[in-house]
Design a protein around this ligand. Structure first.
Ligand SMILES: CC(C)(COP(=O)(O)OP(=O)(O)OC[C@H]1O[C@@H](n2cnc3c(N)ncnc32)[C@H](O[C@H]2O[C@H](COP(=O)(O)OP(=O)(O)OP(=O)(O)O)[C@@H](O)[C@H]2O)[C@@H]1O)[C@@H](O)C(=O)NCCC(=O)NCCS
Ligand SMILES: Nc1ncnc2[nH]cnc12
Length: 296
C-alpha cells in the first residue's frame, strides 16, 4: 500500500509528534549534570524523584500528547479547542500522578509540551519553531473556564505574591524563553562545534539565567531565584559549560541550589520544550517520515 505523506494522515502524524514530545522529556531527564534537577547521576534537590521515575512519567504521557495532537490537527485556535485540550491535559496530569504514586514530575511539562504539541499539529509542515510557539500561545490565551484549581495552586499563590508571569504567562507570550533564549543558544553552540551535551547544558543555563521560575520561588523565595540567576550568569560569563571555568561554575550552582533545597523545575520543562521544537525542526517539519523516531 502506498504511504500517505505524513501531514495527510492525522493519526500517524499525531503519533509521531507524541513520540517526539516523549523523547524530548526523556532527553531532558537524561542530560547530566543539571543543577539541582533530576538527572542520570543525581536527584538534585528532589527527594521524591529519580531518573527512572522521570522516564516512566514521560512514557505514560505519550497517549496524552497523541490525543492533544489529534484533537488539534489542522484546527485553528478557539475557545472550544482550548477547553478540549485542557480536559485532555488534566487527564494527563492524573495519568502522571497514577504512574508516579502522586509525585508531580511533569505538570509544567504537560502544560508546555501539550500546548506546543497542539501548535505543531495545527501548523502542518514547514512551520518554524517561533510560529508553532505563537500558535500555542494563542491557544493558551483563551480562558480555562473549567479549571478546578485556579486560585489554590502553588503557581497562583507564587504569581500573586511575587508578581511573575509563571508557566501560564510564559505560554501566553508564545514561550519567549524557548524561542528567544534556549533555541538560539542551542543552535549557536552547535554551530561553534560544541558537543551536544554542552550545547544543551548551555541552553538550560541560559533559561535559568533569565526565567522567573515559580518552582524556585515556591521553594526558596526571591533568594533562591537570585541564587539561580546569578549562578547561571556566572557559568555564561565563564564561557559556558564546555569550558573548565564554566563547568566548575555549573557545579557551584548545583551545590548552592541543593543547599537551599531549590530546584529550577520550570527551566527543565522549558528545555524539554526547546528540545521538542528542535527535533520537530530536524525530523518532521518538512513532511518527511522521521528518521530514527522509535518508540522509546
Ligand atoms: C497552567 C498550569 C501550568 C497550572 O499553572 P499554575 O501556575 O497554577 O502552576 P503550578 O501548578 O504551580 O504548575 C506550574 C509548573 O510549571 C513549571 N514552571 C514554573 N515556572 C515556570 C515558568 N516561568 N515557565 C514555565 N514553566 C514554569 C513548574 O513545573 C516544574 O516544577 C514541578 C516540580 O516542582 P516541585 O516543587 O518539585 O514539586 P511540587 O510537588 O509542585 O512541590 P513540592 O511539594 O515538592 O515542594 C514539576 O511539575 C516541573 O514540571 C511549575 O510547577 C497547568 O497545570 C494547567 O492549568 N493545566 C490544566 C490543563 C491544561 O490546560 N492543559 C493545556 C493543554 S495541554
Ligand atoms: N529533570 C527534572 N528534575 C526535576 N524536576 C523536573 N521537572 C521537569 N524536569 C525535571
Amino acid at each position: 500500500m502506498e504511504r500517505q505523506p505524513l501531514w495527510n494522515d492525522a493519526a500517524e502524524c499525531s503519533e509521531q509528534i507524541a513520540d517526539l514530545a516523549v523523547r524530548a522529556l526523556i532527553e531532558e531527564a537524561r542530560l547530566t549534570p543539571k543543577p539541582a534537577l533530576v538527572d542520570q547521576h543525581s536527584s538534585g534537590a528532589h527527594t521524591d524523584m529519580d531518573f527512572e521515575l522521570m522516564c516512566r512519567s514521560a512514557q505514560v504521557l505519550r497517549g496524552t500528547f497523541a490525543r492533544i495532537a489529534l484533537t488539534a490537527f489542522r484546527q485553528k485556535p478557539s475557545q472550544v479547542l482550548r477547553e478540549q485540550l485542557a480536559a485532555i491535559g488534566r487527564d494527563g496530569e492524573k495519568v502522571m500522578l497514577t504512574a508516579t504514586g502522586g509525585i508531580n514530575t511533569h505538570r509544567g511539562a504537560i502544560w508546555a509540551l501539550g500546548l506546543l504539541t497542539a501548535g505543531a499539529a495545527m501548523s502542518g509542515p514547514g512551520a518554524s519553531a517561533r510560529q508553532i510557539a505563537a500558535l500555542a500561545g494563542e491557544i493558551a490565551r483563551y480562558p480555562d473556564r473549567f479549571s478546578p484549581a485556579k486560585r489554590t495552586s502553588k503557581g497562583f499563590r507564587v504569581r500573586q505574591r511575587y508578581g511573575v508571569p509563571g508557566a501560564i504567562g510564559e505560554a501566553r507570550q508564545g514561550f519567549p524563553h524557548v524561542v528567544e533564549i534556549a533555541l538560539p543558544v542551542l543552535w549557536a553552540a552547535r554551530s561553534r562545534g560544541i558537543p551536544e551535551t554542552f550545547a544543551r547544558l548551555d541552553a538550560l543555563v541560559a533559561i535559568i539565567a533569565h526565567l522567573d521560575d515559580t518552582c524556585l520561588l515556591h521553594r526558596g523565595g526571591t533568594e533562591a531565584l537570585m541564587t539561580a540567576k546569578c549562578g547561571a550568569r556566572a557559568v555564561i560569563a565563564a564561557g559556558g559549560t564546555s569550558t573548565r571555568a564554566g563547568w566548575d561554575a555549573l557545579h557551584r550552582l548545583d551545590r548552592e541550589l541543593v543547599a537551599r533545597n531549590a530546584s529550577p523545575g520550570g527551566s527543565a520543562d522549558l528545555l524539554a520544550a526547546a528540545l521538542f521544537l528542535d527535533s520537530l525542526d530536524l525530523e518532521i517539519k518538512h513532511d518527511r517520515t522521521p528518521a530514527g523516531v522509535t518508540r522509546l
